[in-house]
Design a protein around this ligand. Sequence first.
Ligand SMILES: Nc1ncnc2c1ncn2[C@@H]1O[C@H](COP(=O)(O)OP(=O)(O)OP(=O)(O)O)[C@@H](O)[C@H]1O
Ligand code: SF4
Ligand SMILES: [Mg+2]
Length: 352
Amino acid sequence: MSEPKLVVEGLKKYFPIRRGITEALTFKPPRYVKAVDGISFEVFEGDVFCLVGESGCGKTTTGRLIVRLIEATDGRMRYKVSEELKNQIPEDLLQDGKYVDLLGKLPKNVDKALRKDTQIIFQDPYGSLNPRMTLKDILNEPLQVHNIGASESERLEIIHRALSEVKLTPPEEFVDRYPHMLSGGQRQRVAIARAIILNPSLVVADEPVSMLDVSIRAEILQLMLDLKAARNLSYVFITHDLAVANYICNRIAVMYLGKIVEMGITDKVIGNPQHPYTQALVAAVPEPDPKNRLRIKEVPIKGEIPSAANIPSGCRLHPRCPYAMDICSKEEPPMVEVEKDHYVSCWLHTKK
Ligand SMILES: Nc1ncnc2c1ncn2[C@@H]1O[C@H](COP(=O)(O)OP(=O)(O)OP(=O)(O)O)[C@@H](O)[C@H]1O
Ligand code: SF4
Ligand SMILES: [Mg+2]
């Protein structure tokens, strides 16, 4: 079995809620949106690790924390560094000789190298590319930031190679185009090229196909899988679509209101969901061929997802859960292993 590429422990991100003048003057304690509220998981080398869950459950925030676009409130993120990078890192920052805490204090050069090694692809291929820049400029920018390529012609060669890898060929025909001259699928290929051009080992993909036509989703997913195989990548793949997760991920974590409620091998989690929330998500997936429909009884989860600024006590699903017991509103259930590589956080699976 491969080693963990990323070990996330107790990761939190709280966004402060701006207070009105009355609140501030009456010394009311500050309030927070608990977007990510203490999550732990491992991404193994070569994994496509999915984060799934309804809107607002904290998927994007987790992705942004991993690539350090935003600062964490608390937690640890241990990252396995490559042999090449290891030589640049002072020994006292290395744990087990190969892991570095991404949330710790890092020397500038190490920080920059790690940022290069962890890239992100955003959801919106229309908004994530600067409309005033040609594809050449878009792809040249990260190369310049990281001093890659000794000359302009060398950088152009790297750009051509990246465009060919994402099947925008011949690259000479694409380099001088602007994003508006491309289809949605082609734009997302450019976004993927921009992520891989720096030769990362871990890529966070935040809903990379959700804004694309259904007809081109499969092509983009296949491209991502081909690139993973060719470049030895690991992915953290964010989606609200369980069918996409089932297709692309080997391991999966189901999030609800800033917490992971169920996690493990995709076949086990989706094929045999144990948490009432996962059961509800799986039962809601439409299956065109009724013979293949997963035999999951529909779970009547009531009402809407509450606000992350107002999280229910105990198990945060309890106001909506048809199986809620006395303990559920009082104590948060621990994460337990219900079978090998399959974890659930629910009092139905834990004896108190
Ligand atoms: N910069 C911010 N400031 C304040 N609150 C934020 C900020 N970013 C996200 N949030 C809040 O944090 C929670 C989680 O948001 P996040 O975008 O991570 O969810 P998501 O699972 O990606 O949702 P979606 O499926 O809609 O993309 C939400 O309640 C959101 O409103
Ligand atoms: S812990 Fe209780 S409320 Fe939460 S999902 Fe399990 S049964 Fe439902
Ligand atoms: Mg999101």
